[in-house]
Design a protein around this ligand. Structure first.
Ligand SMILES: [Zn+2]
Ligand SMILES: [Zn+2]
Length: 226
């Protein structure tokens, strides 16, 4: 049964890129294209990278942020509509899914084939190249969504889609295995608050032993994380 969708919905845009300024506007409901889905977002994290995009201060992004860009790249919501064509079998209508900083990759360049999605030369960044997750509905590529486990609440899942992915990816690429020791610089946070997530993922999920390095006032927090 098709889900009834409104014609207009709310989005938060950068109305004056280069300055700290946002505006809530009404947008027309987008139509998912081939290989895409429409997601009804319920949660979005807010990341320091969003601030950088708003302020045109992210050095790796080539051009100033366009006016009325919808920001955000840590979104969780429900799949409410499929575009035409085949969709991956792991996604069904009503599933809870996540949208990340890397919104889309080509899947065929050297970096993609080597498993380095973050270096795809054609990658699209959510909330910069595509309308992001600071809105009620977003179109996203079906094959690049992240299914959210049933028991993980959406508010906890949202930051995992950026800070969590980054910390996990670094641990995976380090080559360290269960039972190995890892040294975590900035274990209590670091510049983008990833350290404590890396401690938790390393010790609780990957079975590693953690040596945390940070300033002394963060000692208790780091020990509680690991
Ligand atoms: Zn982020
Ligand atoms: Zn690629």
């Amino acid at each position: 049964m098709a889900i009834q969708l409104p014609k207009l919905y709310k989005a938060c845009v950068y109305d004056q890129p280069g300055q700290i300024s946002t505006k809530v506007v009404d947008l027309e409901m987008p139509e998912p294209g081939t290989g895409e889905v429409l997601v009804n977002l319920t949660h979005s994290g807010v990341c320091h990278s969003d601030l950088s995009v708003m302020m045109n201060s992210w050095p790796a992004l080539p051009r100033p942020t366009q006016q009325n860009q919808v920001g955000g790249h840590e979104g969780v919501g429900l799949v409410v509509k499929f575009g035409p064509g085949e969709v991956p079998s792991f996604i069904k209508l009503g599933d809870r899914v996540g949208i990340k900083w890397v919104n889309w990759i080509c899947g065929s360049c050297f970096a993609c084939l080597d498993g380095h999605d973050g270096f795809c030369s054609s990658q699209k960044i959510s909330g910069y190249y595509t309308p992001g997750t600071f809105q009620q509905y977003v179109v996203a590529p079906a094959n690049y969504l992240t299914p959210i486990p049933k028991d993980l609440p959406s508010d906890l899942a949202a930051p995992m889609l950026c800070a969590g992915v980054t910390a996990y990816s670094a641990l995976k690429k380090s080559g360290a295995r269960s039972g190995d020791w890892v040294v975590m610089m900035g274990a209590g946070g670091g510049s983008r608050h990833l350290g404590h997530l890396a401690c938790q993922i390393a010790s609780r999920s990957m079975g590693m032993h953690v040596i945390g390095i940070d300033s002394h006032e963060k000692k208790d927090f780091v020990l509680a994380s690991a």
